[in-house]
Design a protein around this ligand. Structure first.
Ligand SMILES: *Cc1c(COP(=O)(O)O)cnc(C)c1O
Length: 405
């Protein structure tokens, strides 16, 4: 990596060959309207002032960069820091994006908000932003996910959102996304669709990235203040890829910084029960964009599997597909059981219970740390807290006949 990367995406919303707009004709005007509104917001300092003061006073930013002293001692080299997105209001990084998009909806005069959700985290973040501004909120969620994440369903309802169960297909995130797109086509004049990750048609991957880059911007400043130099390694889990690109983006042009995205291998990369899109997928079209995709040889989308609902998605953001192909980011994978062990490791050594999604990034340290140098500075994005996963974690340990302790 010696040459500067071109500014991405291009005018057609492409990251290299990836991204674009693969949607029904009826949605093109809505995407053009959104693109114009976002372009005007980008020129308006008042918009970013409102966004930044919400992050400071409502989300609790900047989130700390915590030195993980005992985790560092465990590996015996380098210095490991955790970027504490788990301390954001609502417990994960998703609120950064939900608030940004809701501010955009207000700017566009749209007072009906729809969203899709898998784990329920994006639904909770969106319902929270809607409650804060008094907007109508409809969240589409797979019926199976609603069973797995009951607490989040109740949270969304308490926040005043209507949660609509989706029973088609595998009754998970990709099916909920299809329903949300259908709603948008029907109600496009009054409705703003808040997408939860750096996926979907242009301009979503770009604007979600822009609302999440605050993570990397803060890390840069915090690390310079604390250590007087840039980090050497950044690690983040990848579902759709928003917390990872948020951390990576301000460092893409820094060749000295190594970037690692960790996908969910599920039961293993060699099994059919995986969510490791960039390791196991091929490019194809899903939910409005061209990107890597888990699919059969004849192009049917394969169901993904991961113990963590937030990584259980057969697609990935188009910018990650591009960064994979040009080898700017290394994409790795961690299994369900590696993630579970990592939950225990971080909880025991640092008193921080990570989300199962986050635990995939922690698990990768087992492979990364032996290759690092004593002076290296490693930052792991602690994308969310694990309270929501406690029941899953406990029953997985019971199944493996291991004591939780
Ligand atoms: C949703 C979620 C993820 C995965 O989404 P990305 O868009 O890949 O960041 C990761 N961690 C947590 C805690 C989540 O809630």
């Amino acid at each position: 990596m010696t040459t500067a990367l071109p500014s991405q995406p291009d005018a057609r919303g492409r990251f290299g060959p990836y991204g674009g707009r693969f949607v029904p004709e009826t949605l093109i005007p809505a995407l053009e309207e959104l693109e114009a509104a976002y372009a005007s917001a980008c020129q308006d300092p008042a918009f970013w002032d409102a966004y930044r003061s919400l992050l400071a006073e409502y989300v609790g930013r900047p989130t700390p960069l915590t030195y993980a002293e005992r985790l560092t001692a465990h590996f015996g080299r380098g210095r490991i820091y955790l970027k504490r997105e788990d301390l954001c209001h609502t417990g994960a990084h998703k609120i950064n994006n939900a608030l940004g998009q809701v501010l955009l909806a207000l700017r566009m005069g749209k007072r009906r908000i729809i969203a899709e959700t898998g784990a329920g985290q994006h639904g909770v973040a969106t319902a929270t932003a809607c409650a804060r501004f008094g907007l109508e909120c409809v969240v589409y969620m797979g019926a199976r996910d609603m069973e797995r994440q009951r607490l989040n369903v109740e949270r969304m309802q308490l926040l005043g959102a209507e949660v609509r169960a989706v029973r088609s297909g595998s009754a998970t995130l990709k099916d909920a996304t299809n329903e949300a797109i259908r709603d948008w086509v029907t109600n496009v004049r009054t409705t703003f669709y808040v997408i939860g990750s750096v996926v979907g048609p242009h301009p979503y991957p770009r604007l979600v990235r822009d609302f999440q880059r605050i993570i990397g911007d803060e890390v840069r400043e915090q690390m310079l203040r604390r250590e007087g130099r840039l980090p050497t390694h950044l690690v983040a889990c990848v579902g759709g890829g928003s917390n990872a690109i948020g951390l990576f983006y301000p460092f893409l042009q820094e060749p000295s910084v190594q970037l690692y995205g960790v996908e969910a291998a599920g039961l293993g990369l060699d099994t059919d029960h995986t969510a490791a899109t960039l390791s196991r997928g091929r490019p194809g079209v899903l939910h409005g964009a061209y990107s890597y995709l888990l699919q059969t040889p004849d192009g049917q989308v394969l169901p993904a599997h991961s113990i963590s609902a937030g990584l259980d998605y057969p697609g990935v953001g188009p910018e990650h597909s591009y960064l994979r192909d040009i080898r700017r980011v290394h994409y790795e994978a961690a299994t369900d059981s590696e993630a579970l062990q990592a939950v225990r490791l971080l909880t025991r050594l640092e008193g921080i219970l990570p989300a199962l999604e986050t635990a995939h990034a922690i698990a990768f340290l087992n492979r990364l740390m032996p290759e690092t140098n004593p002076e290296d500075l490693i930052v792991v994005n602690c994308s969310g807290r694990g309270d929501k996963d406690l029941a899953t974690i406990v029953s997985a340990f019971e199944e493996a006949e291991e004591d939780v302790a």
